[in-house]
Structures are given as structure tokens and as C-alpha cells.
Design a protein around this ligand. Structure first.
Ligand code: WQD
Length: 342
């Protein structure tokens, strides 16, 4: 085995895809997840893909005593990938204290326990949300961090600062912060994918559920932005490409390749795609007409953002490879498989 990695939030969307890539690269994986926004059946899907069933503990990262027990019973954890967090932008505006407590206390618990159990590195799941509406596009890691537009986005900024300050104070571990753009799609096997609880907040699951007849119509939040077709632009990155970047980050920390104790990378394709372009691509690739209508803008949406992935390409040796077409085909294949008749 190449090492033992703890994946918090490992039954979630990006977490589960990362567990698959870690196992297929030769890592032993332990998942902890409180199942507040995912389902333990995901572990069966992971096992069907890799043939290896990861260890799983239903555990909340806010449960410090529970975490201590888990670390005591599972010695030799080399690194952590920390996905576990609440992540619905709109919900965070309505329930700020839930987001601040859940997303910040969970990280603090891990950072305090890592030195006691010899854990040498933590990969932190951050987001392009920290940039707000960038002044310059494409956006690099040096772009200014803008005041957060939501408590969710603020917890990402605060957590990045907590990691910086802890390592600056001499903590005996490294960290790599990964700022995702918009993860979409599903594993090509269709054994795992995005399975939001309730009404999807994000664009692509809402599209696939509309195409499947689960939702009546997709509402496009505004076509009066300063973009070529008036709809917002984002950098949609394939979730498997994203998962592979996490394996590279873990290897980089474990083999001490990184010169500094903390590094930050943008994970995007470098290509901006509008909402209307994505809809048209989905319809073309999957041969499925989509029922949608243009409505007012959604509060808090930024107009356009896409990554300059050059730093991650060069330093991590990582590149987003999957096309938007193949990614939207994988999302549709997953929708047909996961939610038949729901
Ligand atoms: C994309 C575009 C919407 C739904 C957020 C978080 C980010 C990450 C991903 C967690 C926007 C439009 C959407 C719909 C629509 N979160 N849209 N109709 O807001 O860019 O990013 O989710 O990891 O951190 O900030 O993603 O998919 O919600 O929206 O028109 O029903 O699709 O207006 O322009 P977003 P999204």
C-alpha cells in the first residue's frame, strides 16, 4: 500500500470519486461521513468499481471525542482529505450559525488532532467562491480574495486562513488547498455520481432531473448579464479529473515534493461556458430536449468566472482532460441509472 488516507465526507459527490481514484492508485482509504447529505450505499458503488471496500465510520467531524477514538483505532494515517462540510450557498444565508459551526469547528478538530496522531498532511477542499467576481479573468491563485457573498463562501475563506495561521505557527504538518471551480458529471461506470438531497441547488443535477421528468422545468437565472448570450459563465470541471488532482496532491505532500508547507491551486479547465451553452450541449450530446425558461437573476450569483489552471498544470503536473460533451454524457448516464422512476 502507498499509504493510508482519511477522507472526510467520503460518501459525498467529490469525496466518493476521490476514494475511487485513491484506491486505484494503491492507497488504503478510511471514510468518515455523518451521512447528513449522502448515503452509505455509495460505499457499495465504490466497491463495485474498485473491488475494494473502504473502511467506513459514520462520524461527524464536529464530534471531537469520536474523531479521537477513530484515530486511536486506526493508527498510521498518513494524510487527510477534508471534504466534509455543508455546501449549499442559499441555505447558508438562511442558517449562518449552522454553517460557521459545522464547517469551521470540524476543521479545527482535525488540525488539533493531527499532530497527536502523526498525520503529516491535509488537503483542503476549497472553492473559487473565495474570489467572488474577479476583476481579471481567467483567475489565478494570486487574485485578490473578495468579501464573501455568503456564509458558505466565508467559511471557505476563514478555513483557508485557519490553515495558514496554524502552519505559520509551526504545526508539524503540510497542507494543500484546492480551489474547485464547478464540478460536474459522474464516474463513467455510472456506479457513483452526484445525488443531491431534495431539490438540486446546482445547475447540472437540476438539468438531468428535468430531462428525466423528475422536475417540470429548469429555471435559467437571468439572461441579462454582460456575457455573449446574457447567461452566467462558469468553468465546469469533470469530477473524475478533479478527483485525480486530489491523489496528486496527497502524493505531493507525502513525498515532500512541495517546497513550502502550504500551497494553493485552482482546479479548473480554463474554459468558460455559459448556462445556455451548457444546456445546448447537454441536449445535443444526449439527444434529449430540455424544458427551460428564463427567469430573474438568482441573488448572490456572480456574472462570470473561469480558472487560469496554468499553476496546477505546471506544478502538480495535472490537467483537466475530459470534454464538456463526455462529462454531460456521464451525468445523463448516471441520472438514468441512479434514479430510475424516482
Ligand atoms: C451555476 C450557474 C446559476 C441552477 C456553487 C458554489 C460553489 C460550488 C458549486 C460547492 C449559475 C445557474 C443554477 C439552476 C440556473 N459549491 N443555475 N438554474 O453557484 O456557480 O457555484 O456551487 O462545492 O462553491 O458557489 O453553481 O450550479 O448553482 O450555478 O440557471 O437551477 O447555473 O445562476 O449561473 P455556482 P450552480
Amino acid at each position: 500500500m502507498k499509504g493510508k488516507i482519511l477522507v472526510t465526507g467520503g460518501t459525498g459527490y467529490i469525496g466518493s470519486h476521490t476514494v475511487v481514484e485513491l484506491q486505484q492508485t494503491g492507497y488504503e482509504v478510511i471514510i468518515i461521513d455523518n451521512l447528513s447529505n449522502s448515503n452509505a450505499d455509495v460505499i457499495d458503488g465504490i466497491e463495485r468499481i474498485t473491488g475494494i471496500r473502504p473502511a467506513f465510520f459514520q462520524l461527524d467531524c464536529n464530534d471531537r471525542e469520536g474523531l479521537k477514538r477513530m484515530f486511536k483505532e486506526n493508527k498510521g494515517i498518513d494524510g487527510i482529505i477534508h471534504f466534509a462540510a455543508s455546501k449549499a450557498v442559499g441555505e447558508s444565508v438562511k442558517k449562518p450559525l449552522l454553517y460557521y459551526r459545522n464547517n469551521i469547528v470540524s476543521l479545527i478538530n482535525l488540525l488539533e488532532l493531527m499532530p497527536q496522531y502523526g498525520v503529516k498532511g491535509i488537503v483542503f477542499s476549497s472553492s473559487c467562491t473565495v474570489y467572488g467576481q474577479p476583476d481579471i479573468l481567467p483567475v489565478t491563485e494570486n487574485a485578490p480574495i473578495k468579501p464573501a457573498l455568503s456564509p458558505y463562501g466565508n467559511t471557505k475563506q476563514i478555513n483557508e486562513e485557519i490553515i495558514h495561521d496554524t502552519i505559520y505557527a509551526g504545526a508539524p504538518f503540510k497542507s494543500i488547498i484546492l480551489r474547485y471551480f464547478n464540478p460536474i458529471g459522474a464516474h463513467p461506470s455510472a456506479e457513483i455520481g452526484e445525488l443531491p438531497n431534495g431539490v438540486p441547488q446546482n445547475l447540472v443535477p437540476f438539468i438531468t432531473q428535468t430531462a428525466a421528468g423528475i422536475r417540470k422545468e429548469l429555471k435559467v437565472f437571468g439572461d441579462d448579464y454582460n456575457t455573449p448570450d446574457g447567461s452566467c459563465i462558469r468553468d465546469y470541471i469533470n469530477v473524475v479529473d478533479l478527483a485525480k488532482a486530489h491523489v496528486i496532491a496527497v502524493e505531493r505532500m507525502n513525498t515532500n515534493k512541495s517546497l513550502s508547507n502550504i500551497e494553493t491551486f485552482n482546479l479548473g479547465t480554463g474554459k468558460g461556458v455559459s448556462v445556455l451553452e451548457l444546456i445546448k450541449t447537454f441536449e445535443k450530446v444526449n439527444g434529449v430536449p430540455l424544458n427551460y425558461k428564463i427567469v430573474d437573476r438568482r441573488e448572490g450569483d456572480i456574472e462570470k468566472v473561469w480558472a487560469d489552471p496554468d499553476y496546477a498544470n505546471r506544478v502538480l503536473g495535472w490537467q483537466a482532460k475530459e470534454t464538456l460533451e463526455d462529462t454531460l454524457a456521464s451525468a445523463w448516464k448516471w441520472q438514468l441509472r441512479c434514479c430510475k422512476g424516482k
